[in-house]
Design a binder for this molecule. Structure first.
Ligand code: SF4
Length: 482
């Protein structure tokens, strides 16, 4: 049976989520959903740019199978080449059983320090886009130094190259403080997690955004009514609850809110929040926190913006006056029409720039009384930053963050209060596959190629955002929550 493999990635993942390490080895492959690699790509591009500035053209270890890459690395090291990019290093370590340990180093730099290889040896360099080091980075370089030490004898120095300066080189070159005890403690912890019969408990947090097990963990947590679903749960509180053998929302509900205050990080407000959420989740129904303020029962205008990814200026304004269809206005400086009929039968207004778009919205607001409902703080921020001063004066007193009111008014038995969580719970659906990013891409296809189908999709996405607001507002007004 092949040995279990521990890599630098394993150690980094362990720092944020042991469950991820366990699932990577033991999870059902079909349950994993790969995540768009935005962040790692940026790091990769940075590493290439720094490498080119500092080393010029050099030999890269081919991205072949692991055994081939490891053999190629050994060959290059024996030949004493000045630098090796993407070096593949491997060793073994034994705890209760023996593990293969692997690391792929950004750079090995030759130094004239005698070693088992000859008159030279190598030291590892880790290139990071970030200017600040994280604990995971230190652990990663600990691992590379240990792996290298096993190949060439003698402990090499290790280096971090962080950020970049004006000449294209790294902004900081920091010598690493190698700690073997730290590395071995984490290697042993990794071995324990990999060998465990059961998956470690779920702690859903921001690190899950880029994890391929996210959907599976969310599903498991919902099915088991896991405490990780509690809104605003900190790791400190989560750990304390686990230490006290509290794992489910049913257990939370069985305690009076006052009793929850003894857990670390839980005050009066949080205790009531936890309790109300547990009530909603356990009984699978919404629970009221406070009555809806009377003023919010008055009809108003639902309002949503789409903004450019480059400049942050709005490219689409969407609104819906109570009882009327949703309307959208897009920004197109070159379109000669002030209104377009789209292939799906919808009409869209056209404004030459975002000032004109804001004025179209302000004209509608002037004709119709009531608040302008939006979801979250984004619309108010964009209004203040991008609208003409007279429009800011006319609208800012009428904008109302419905998300804020929603959170104060009620709690749903779902995790999160984004519009994409709340509206689907109330039965609303966005067009399949539509997101803010696809809408932006579709809008650009319109600007570039006059693609009306693409523009229709972009506007349909914005229209859905506006209609979702209407659905939520109407539900708040109509529902008589227990
Ligand atoms: S989704 Fe979150 S809790 Fe689940 S494995 Fe990934 S990081 Fe861990």
């Amino acid at each position: 049976m092949p040995q279990t493999v521990i890599t630098a990635y394993t150690l980094r993942a362990l720092m944020t989520c042991p469950r991820r390490v366990w699932l990577d080895r033991n999870g059902e492959p079909d349950a994993a959903v790969e995540v768009a690699p935005d962040f790692s790509n940026r790091g990769l591009e940075h590493e290439k740019a720094i490498s080119a500035a500092m080393f010029g053209p050099v030999q890269t270890v081919p991205a072949a199978s692991w055994p081939e890459a490891a053999a190629a690395t050994q060959d290059l090291m024996r030949r004493g080449v000045p630098g090796i990019r993407g070096a593949a290093l491997e060793s073994t370590i034994t705890f209760s059983q023996t593990y293969t340990v692997r690391g792929r180093v950004d750079w090995l730099r030759r130094v004239w320090q005698p070693s088992r290889l000859g008159r030279w040896s190598y030291e590892p360099i880790e290139i990071k886009y970030r200017a600040q080091l994280q604990d995971e980075d230190k652990l990663q370089l600990d691992l590379y130094i240990w792996l290298l030490q096993n190949v060439q004898d003698g402990q090499p120095s290790g280096w971090f190259w962080l950020g970049h300066d004006e000449s294209g080189g790294p902004a900081h070159q920091i010598e690493h403080d190698y700690r073997q005890e730290r590395l071995f403690a984490v290697l042993e912890q990794a071995a324990d997690v990999l060998q465990a019969a059961d998956a470690p408990p779920i702690f859903l947090a921001s690190h899950c955004q880029i994890c391929r097990w996210r959907a599976a963990c969310e599903q498991t947590a919902s099915a088991s009514r896991d405490i990780t679903l509690l809104p605003g749960l900190s790791r400190m509180t989560w750990e304390h609850l686990h230490r006290e053998d509290i794992h489910t929302l049913d257990q939370i509900l069985s305690l009076p809110p006052e009793a929850l205050k003894r857990f670390k990080g839980v005050g009066q407000t949080r205790a009531h929040e936890f309790h109300t959420f547990a009530q909603a989740a356990v009984h699978s129904r919404p629970v009221q926190r406070q009555p809806l303020p009377e003023i919010l029962r008055q009809p108003g205008i639902m309002f949503d913006l789409e903004t450019r990814l480059d400049s942050g200026l709005p490219w689409c304004f969407g609104w819906q006056v109570d009882g009327q269809p949703a309307t959208a206005a897009i920004i197109d400086p070159y379109c000669e029409d002030d209104r377009l009929l789209l292939p799906d039968g919808a009409q869209v207004m056209v404004a030459a720039d975002s000032d004109e778009g804001w004025r179209l919205l302000a004209e509608t607001a002037q004709k119709h009384p009531g608040l302008l409902f939006h979801w979250g703080g984004f619309e108010m921020g964009v209004l203040r930053q991008t609208a003409p001063p007279d429009v800011v004066d006319a609208l800012q007193g009428r904008l109302h963050d419905l998300n804020k009111t929603f959170k104060k008014t009620c709690v749903l038995p779902v995790r999160g209060t984004s519009i994409k969580k709340v509206a689907p719970y109330l039965g609303f659906r966005w067009p399949p596959g539509a997101t803010a990013l696809t809408a932006w891409a579709d809008y650009n296809a319109w600007l570039k190629d006059n693609d009306r189908d693409a523009l229709a999709r972009a506007c349909a996405y914005n229209r859905a955002d506006v209609e979702a607001l209407t659905i939520i507002w109407r539900w708040l007004v109509d529902s008589s929550l227990p």
